[in-house]
Design a binder for this molecule. Structure first.
Ligand SMILES: [Zn+2]
Length: 206
């Protein structure tokens, strides 16, 4: 798809992120890259955040491994301790007939993170190559990934609620374990990766 609307960089203008003033690159250079109106430092257009986004995504992917290998919850029932990882927890709930909780945990902790890793990789890889392939669809994908971000902590919330509920029973106890902290950090990093991604780069040709 061809774009006939000029970019700000082609018009050699930049916009102040604070007050919205649009000024020419020459004027910005004269004022020491500061907004003539509010004196906010104007961002350098050449400075891309793609590397930062990749770094956040890779770190999140690495953290997803211990999030799955380490137990997320430890339960004590009738004096017997048992640690459960995300997947073993899903199996326990499934076998006990709590299919709804099992499905929520599976979707929130396996399906959503994996789809997010894949989507962010596609977005970052394609914008890195300045690809003009399916721009509108990729823009829609970005909006979906951004929207999903607010539901990503569902898994952490489920563990917290379960721990709280089980504490009320005198015969059983539950405590969060290391896995859930790795999972929480992983979710935060994918959210930061989505925030650092610049959707305008989807429309850049060069
Ligand atoms: Zn300004």
């Amino acid at each position: 798809m061809t774009i006939d609307v000029p970019f700000a960089r082609e018009m050699q203008v930049c916009r102040c992120p604070l007050c919205g003033l649009v000024c020419s690159d020459d004027k910005a250079a004269d004022s020491g890259r500061k907004c003539p109106r509010c004196h906010t430092v104007l961002p350098h257009r050449q400075h891309s955040r793609t590397q930062l986004s990749w770094a956040l995504l890779f770190t999140a992917m690495i953290l997803y491994v211990p999030a799955n290998l380490f137990p997320v919850m430890s339960t004590t029932l009738l004096g017997q301790d048992s640690d459960s990882t995300i997947l073993s927890g899903v199996l326990v709930f499934w076998r006990s007939g709590s299919w709804g909780i099992a499905a929520i945990i599976f979707v929130a902790s396996v399906v959503v993170p994996c789809l997010k890793f894949l989507s962010l990789s596609v977005l970052l890889f394609s914008t890195g190559r300045k690809s003009c392939w399916a721009r509108r669809e990729r823009a829609r994908l970005y909006r979906v990934v951004d929207w999903i971000g607010c539901w990503s902590m569902l898994d952490v919330v489920v563990v917290a609620v379960l721990c709280g509920l089980l504490q009320f029973h005198t015969i059983s106890e539950a405590e969060p374990r290391a896995g859930i902290f790795y999972f929480g950090f992983m979710v935060i990093l994918t959210m930061l990766c989505t925030l650092s991604f610049e959707p305008k780069t989807l429309w850049e040709d060069k």
